[in-house]
Write a protein that binds this ligand. Sequence first.
Ligand code: COA
Ligand code: ZN
Length: 306
Amino acid sequence: MEHREKIRIIDVGPRDGFQNVKPLIDTQTKLFIIEGLYQSGIRTMEVTSFVSPKAIPQMADAAEVAKAVIGRYKDLRAIALIPNLKGAQNAWNAGIREAACVISVSEAHNKANINRTVKESLDALEGIREALPDLEVHLDAATAFGCPFAGEVPKEAVLSLIGSAQQLGIRKVTLCDTIGVADPAQVKELLGEVTGRYPGLELTLHFHNTRGMGLANIFAAAEMGIRNFETSVGGLGGCPFAPGADGNTATEDTVHMLEKMGFDTGIDLAKLLGVVEYVDRHIDAPVTGKMLGVTNSACANISGRA
Ligand code: COA
Ligand code: ZN
């Protein structure tokens, strides 16, 4: 059998996707979608976030979701987003052992999102490392490609934030294009700098699709050797504290592209599209991924190859 290189897709729909949906989604519906994603072959998922329910009411059931997921799926990497020590402790108590600590590269967005300076957030990260040494913590570097308030984000600021996190023992970093302003040239440039300065890091990329650049950016990053991507079922998503942000790049479109490129995502696209269809019917947010519409159309069985 031909060997296909693996790419890891981390579906962040249950966190990034749901957090931006206004009407509260009941916990069973969330768990049903998570089950569908698991059955499609997704083995790494951001399942919820332990944030203030005043900031994000949709995530008030974080502990319930986390406990159910951890109880059900032994071979799923269930990641939770955390903003501070309280979130880390709550996540740990719910059984979470892998967390993404979100800190924005830009001061203005960190203030809007977490109500802290970047320095205060880094101090909180240090506190988390001390209080919970067995919790695997990643850095989610938000606004790494641009900020809704400050505009351009200097590469040096991205490198500096990563350096500070590395000093606290962080080995996994997600570069987040929180508002979807990145372009492939910028992606290659930033990745060149980051991998040059910090060769030992495990990098993940997270692109919102505001300008329709999500897949192009993933393509560029894959060409640069990145093998971990955060995407969202149906293309749901967006940060309520980042005005103008569109949803994440859709998992189904990403799987389609990467498999066509010869990568092995381990995800069954047909099964995944069943989940997208369910999301389309039951979640009050637009499905922006293209693949659901394609499979319902006359083009469904055309591969585009002679
Ligand atoms: N989970 C639940 N409750 C939390 C919490 C957490 N992680 N962190 C703080 N709180 C509670 C405090 O206990 C306190 O409760 P009280 O009013 O009953 O005493 C209250 O929230 C205020 O605490 P404070 O530390 O002053 O928080 P804040 O008002 O400065 O808000 C955050 C800071 C980080 C909690 C809040 O901005 C937040 O949750 N942001 C997340 C935003 C987000 O998820 N964005 C999208 C993903 S990137
Ligand atoms: Zn996001």
